[in-house]
Design a protein around this ligand. Sequence first.
Ligand code: CP3
Length: 344
Amino acid sequence: MSVKPFNDNFLKACRGEEHSHVPVWYMRQAGRYQAEYRKIREKYSLFEITHNPEVCAEVTMLPIKQLDVDAAILFADIMTPMPAMGIDVEIKSSIGPVIRNPIRTHEDVENLRPLQPDEHVPYILDTITLLREQLSVPLIGFAGAPFTLASYLIEGGPSRNYYKTKSFMHSNSEAWHLLMDRLGSMTVAYLKAQIAAGSQAVQVFDSWVGALNAEDYAEFVAPVMNRIFTELNDTNVPKIMFGVGAGHLLQEWNRLPLDVIGLDWRTSIRFARAQGVTKTVQGNLDPGLLLASWPELQKKTKEILDQGMETPNYIFNLGHGVYPDVKADTLERLTAFIHEYSAK
Ligand code: CP3
């Protein structure tokens, strides 16, 4: 059982309710920048960590203990549920997910199997149960969004320009929509199971969707995103959306039935508000600044906090994940500064 009183600043900010300080957590807050994580990785692969609830809960807890952040995020990967659907994926160090059987045809899409979370990812649900016994901050569950997952499945790995994905989408639109449908069903089933197991918020990572223009987003992606968030509505947990380089999609995102929009560092909070974003905003320090001097980092953090604190519905985060070169001490100092600067 947790000894500390439950810290609900993050959940209150998601809902736009009054709270005592700006909540903060960091994308990729558990990872290679931590000596403790690197030590665990000497013994276990990423796959082994996620399949072992005790170890996975321990890794998820590392930043909570070390940094004093206001939310935990389940330690897993957006590709974790893919093998159950029939995708042969390996996560290669410093590269990312690599697929041995990329999707090429309508038939490949038809062959994707539905995810049954209790049967296929029980270790994820067990990790969540364990975490809820230990945590005194909210636990964020997450899943990959259909476009970003499809980009890996079609390209076969990371990509610069997504031309295979885009050509599949435009020239094989029936198969594309079927793919969005299958991946969308996975996202809903996976997140519902995570919520039933105890996740108190969910984040959908559409990291690479900024590669599309707003018109293509509206036609090829928005319908499935609408379906995902609508089907999650009855769960009553805050729903967060995140993508990189997606400032031009803000108005599309603001129309979706979700609660929080995550911004990368290219899109300022004031710009998002000027675009009509009324939902809670999360972000958006350039993670590169974590490697700059403390005065510079502090100055930029203040600027972001001053913008975010213009409304109560704001959560501090990075514009993308922590790099392995970042020092844990920097994140610890930054978290303390954000708490102190924003305290009411
Ligand atoms: O602490 C957390 O944020 C939770 C853990 C988490 C991981 N992946 C663990 C991981 C989360 C939320 C993800 C999501 C994820 N995975 C995304 C969306 C977020 C984003 O960064 O845009 C994407 C696109 C992936 C795909 C993926 N998996 C990439 C690009 C990489 C990095 C490859 C590398 O080594 O640089 C991975 C591997 C991965 N996922 C690692 C971790 C901790 C590194 C594995 C290791 O070497 O320990």
